[in-house]
Ligand binder design. Structure first.
Ligand SMILES: Cc1cc2nc3c(=O)[nH]c(=O)nc-3n(C[C@H](O)[C@H](O)[C@H](O)COP(=O)(O)O)c2cc1C
Length: 398
């Protein structure tokens, strides 16, 4: 397939599985080097919060849950978001921590189980900043008894943004708060490295702390962290530098970014390729090895082109990228994050974009929750055997 191949229109009317031979999906199963790691294929399990680590400690059920996806054939696992040691960053007690001996022992077991299947695993490090919870109804099991109500910090004390419900709902972070954030991410990354993780991912997407700084809808600061893009990325740059300093030159760092935010699906941080270049350049230079470009639908493209955020980021940063978004969803079900049945309507478009070299890796979220064997089945051409999306799977660590 040439680089000029047209990308087919999304097949939103499709209702059943498509027959695709395993030869057609071969690109998904080509090995690849990313962030200094050798990955056996292009399929990533993206971070998915499950709030099923009692008091922040992952146990045997969490280890078995991740091992099932490793056994199912993914090339890389990125864990659910984990709290860094800064209480302002956390808002749910049953989200796992990346600090504390009890939680790190639990993670060591997860890592052992996943490595036993020959699959590398990153930890996603998370700070919610101004974000309240539950933001998406049904995403988190309601657990009021366990809910933590920390002090909320963000760039300007704003929760929403331009065009959405903007409420003054917290405090503008002080310099001491921001120094604590950088220190906490450094410590968490060092903990992950010591625990045996193969890399870390910084959650800088979806409207959480780093994204609140990136987006002018929530960042109205007049100091060195606000105004021009180079200031709005300062906290992320400092954080990456601290992680790099503590983990050494060879520990992969992924940065997850998105245009969309939970507060505003249509928001844009980057309105031009120039803005994206000004963003990814300094972050790549300071130590980001992989950019994980989160979209709700991977086929939606940027800047009036037929290339999505992961494709543009790959070109402008020179780094490998991960794309994501509704690969295993279809029809009206792509319209909500928690949609209902699934099939493989996204795969046709995905293969064209991957054959063109738009991005290196593709993450499959809900498809892997409902069907841990998704990669193996696709590799074998057994698409008719893929299990349909069913949000009941969110209730257990199956
Ligand atoms: C239950 C659930 C929890 C999620 N938690 C996180 C998270 O902790 N961190 C994150 O960056 N994205 C999170 N996401 C977003 C996913 O990583 C992924 O980008 C999204 O589900 C789209 O991919 P999909 O269409 O293949 O499911 C979550 C998604 C779901 C469904």
């Amino acid at each position: 397939m040439t680089s000029n191949s047209p990308v087919p229109a999304p097949r939103r009317d499709q209702t059943g599985p498509v027959a695709i031979s395993s030869a057609r999906t071969a690109k998904l199963f080509e090995p690849v080097q990313a962030g200094g790691l050798f990955l056996k294929n292009r399929i990533v399990m993206p971070p998915m919060t499950r709030t099923m680590s009692p008091a922040g400690v992952p146990g045997a059920a969490n280890a078995a849950y991740y091992r099932r996806r490793a056994k199912g054939g993914v090339g890389l696992i990125i864990t659910e978001g984990t709290w860094v040691p800064d209480e302002a960053g956390a808002n749910e007690a049953d989200v796992p921590r990346m600090y504390g001996a009890d939680a790190l022992d639990g993670w060591a077991e997860v890592v052992r189980e996943v490595h036993a299947e020959g699959v590398p695993i990153f930890s996603q490090l998370w700070h919610v900043g101004q974000m309240k919870q539950p933001v998406i109804e049904g995403l988190y099991a309601p657990k009021p008894a366990n809910s933590v109500v920390p002090r909320r910090i963000g760039p300007s004390g704003l929760f929403g943004g331009i065009g959405s419900k903007t409420t003054l709902d917290g405090e503008p972070a002080t310099q001491a708060d921001l120094d604590a954030v950088v220190e906490a991410f450094g410590k968490a990354a060092a903990n992950a490295q010591r625990t045996g993780f193969d890399g870390v991912e910084i959650h800088a997407a979806h409207g959480y702390l780093f994204d609140q700084f990136f987006w002018d809808g929530t960042n109205r600061r007049a100091d060195d962290y606000g105004g021009p893009l180079r200031n709005r990325i300062r906290l992320a740059v400092d954080t990456v530098a601290e992680i790099r300093r503590l983990t050494g030159p060879n520990f992969p760092i992924s940065l997850r970014i998105s245009q969309w935010k939970i507060q505003d699906f249509g928001a844009k941080i980057f309105k031009t390729p120039g803005e994206l270049e000004a963003f990814v350049g300094p972050l790549a230079e300071v130590g980001v090895d992989i950019f994980h470009c989160s979209q709700r639908r991977f086929w939606e493209c940027e800047f009036g082109s037929d290339r999505n955020l992961a494709a543009w980021t790959r070109t402008l940063s020179g780094k490998p990228t991960i794309s994501v978004g509704s690969v295993a969803m279809t029809g009206e079900h792509v319209d909500t994050l928690m949609g209902q049945p699934s099939d493989v309507s996204g795969i046709d478009r995905l293969l064209v974009m991957m054959e063109r070299g738009d991005f290196d890796l593709i993450a499959i979220g809900r498809g892997l929750l409902v069907d841990p064997a998704w990669p193996r089945k696709v590799k074998a051409g057994r698409l008719d055997q893929l299990l349909a999306w069913n949000r009941d799977v969110l209730k257990t660590l199956s």
